[in-house]
Ligand binder design. Structure first.
Ligand code: NAD
Ligand code: 6OD
Length: 486
């Protein structure tokens, strides 16, 4: 049985209390690791280590030295690629291809991209006139925030955690990371990588545990944490924002979504079906950018529903390393219960189930996993529960629309504002629609294509701030202005 410890000041340590919790496999519910649960003591130690490193060795490093070390981190992750893929598969139960093609390489890239950003970012300067005619020069510098608390979710654990740790360290901060209790493995491996390449002790710390009344809350309420970056549910973001209000700490939030997919009749039909299939069902629908509301122009509505159904029929459930399988379980029984309760509610509120709606028959060795069927509905009213609340499971509702203004109104009729995907061959229409949809990112004839240098974040209840490329500097640094009388 794997033992996962906290990583504090460069050492792997168990909690003083001796408390630990089980990490279960989503595929068959076996306990696959025992995770030490950090209490207040360990959170205090981790924050103190981060502060000491910030005031000490890390703080004394030049930007060039940090950049060199972050490149070494990325290279070491790549050298241990198979270990990261195995850890992420064990934690999430998702197919190997998702880890090898997307989530793990993107995690490694997060260190190089932000090293490059910090190396190349210019500072502004202004020459000011003064009454004596001599003038003054204003110039800005960027300084790190200090100790950053990183709270990350379970759905793409390594990618989403490194997307915060990479820029935080590149900018000269130190971090204390609290990964999701469901996915502790890759943060533990990252601790080994940090030691292997010589990142000073205390720069990167990991405390494992839960959210409320546990490690997450101890970290976000800790007075010596200068800023908090969080990815997860909007409700959790609200709790963390209250915690951050004590001491006026800055927050960066990537939160939930209830994203719309819009398919016009003139779209390339096969590409649109494939795109919506991926956006609704990749990672078993556990993607913040996923499409849970699909709007299809009426002339192709029936054909589209039939084509999407036919793709879902071909799903092959199985273990992550089963080459014949392409579909994994949900993260946990708890999440399975939540998703199934939405499936039930959809039917109670009048949905027609096109396909799915329950739990698939699985062979005996997988029967205890957190499996649910990918599900398509039609026929719901716009105010039905699953049209308003994020399910975060493999499901979508498909509704017909008749004109552009109507579909823009429908897409915007939500408390969330994370992303949209629009399918049409009329690029003028695509630009018009994209300019009106209230989200952080609109994909046209594509989905989940994001250059790491671009800004990412949500409008409305989907987030606060933008991370990605130079935009991450807004959160991970403060701008200081210096004015010299000439
Ligand atoms: P979650 O909010 O339940 O948990 C996220 C993290 O917060 C976990 O580490 C958890 O332990 C911690 N936490 C929970 N309560 C806390 C508290 N009171 N104080 C401090 N920490 C606390 O989210 P999840 O279920 O892990 O992830 C799924 C959610 O994340 C979905 O809503 C999804 O849309 C969202 N998400 C958003 C993005 C984005 O970029 N916008 C990306 C991925 C996931
Ligand atoms: O890599 C990204 O651009 C991104 N936004 C990933 C989000 C995954 C959420 O589930």
């Amino acid at each position: 049985m794997q033992q996962i410890k906290n990583f504090i000041n460069g050492e792997f340590v168990n909690a003083e209390s001796g408390k630990s919790f089980d990490k279960r496999s989503p595929t068959d519910n076996r306990v696959i690791a025992q995770v030490s649960e950090a209490g207040r003591t360990e959170v205090d130690q981790a924050v103190a280590a981060a502060r000491a490193a910030y005031n000490g060795e890390w703080g004394s490093y030049s930007m060039e030295k940090r950049v060199e070390l972050l490149y070494a981190v990325a290279d070491e992750i790549t050298r241990r690629f198979d270990d990261f893929v195995a850890a992420e598969m064990a934690d999430t139960g998702q197919p190997k291809a998702v880890m090898t093609h997307a989530f793990v390489p993107r995690g490694a890239a997060n260190f190089k991209v932000f090293a490059d950003v910090i190396k190349n970012v210019p500072n502004e300067s202004f020459q000011t006139t003064t009454p004596d005619g001599k003038g003054a020069l204003n110039y800005s510098t960027r300084v790190p925030k200090g100790v950053v608390g990183v709270i990350s979710p379970w759905n793409a654990p390594f990618l989403l955690m490194t997307w915060k740790v990479g820029p935080a360290l590149a900018c000269g901060n130190t971090v204390v990371v609290k990964p999701s209790e469901e996915t502790p493995m890759t943060t533990a491996l990252l601790g080994e990588v940090m030691n292997a390449v010589g990142i000073p002790k205390g720069v990167f710390n990991v405390v494992h545990g839960f959210g409320p009344d546990s490690t997450g809350e101890f970290l976000t309420h800790h007075p010596d944490v200068d800023a908090i970056t969080f990815t997860g549910e909007t409700r959790t973001g609200t709790a963390i924002m209250k915690a951050a209000a004590e001491g006026m700490r800055d927050v960066s939030f990537e939160l939930g979504g209830k994203n719309a997919g819009i398919v016009f009749a003139d779209s390339n039909f096969d590409e649109a079906v494939e795109g919506i299939y991926r956006s609704s069902f990749l990672n078993s629908g556990q993607v913040c950018l996923g499409t849970e509301r699909v709007y299809v122009e009426r002339p192709i509505f029936d054909k589209f529903v039939a084509a999407l159904k036919s793709k879902v029929e071909k799903v092959k459930f199985g273990r992550p390393d089963d080459a014949a399988a392409n579909y994994g379980p949900l993260i946990s029984h708890e999440h399975q219960g939540k998703v199934l309760s939405y499936y039930k509610k959809a039917v109670e509120e009048g949905a027609t189930v096109v396909i799915g709606g329950g739990v698939p028959d699985m062979p005996a060795d997988l029967a205890d996993g957190a499996w649910v069927e990918p599900t398509i509905w039609t026929g719901l009213a716009e105010d039905a529960t699953v049209m308003k609340e994020e399910v975060f499971g493999p499901c979508c509702h498909i509704a017909p629309f008749d004109d552009e203004q109507e579909v823009i109104r429908l897409a915007n009729d939500t408390a969330y504002g994370l992303s949209t995907t629009v399918w049409t061959t009329d690029l003028t229409c695509a630009h018009r629609v994209a300019s009106k949809i209230e989200v952080g990112i609109t994909w046209i004839n594509s989905w989940f294509l994001r250059d790491l240098r671009t800004a990412f974040g949500g409008s409305k209840q989907s987030g606060i701030g933008r991370e990605g490329g130079v935009h991450s500097l807004e959160f991970y640094t403060e701008t200081r202005n210096i004015c010299i009388k000439l």
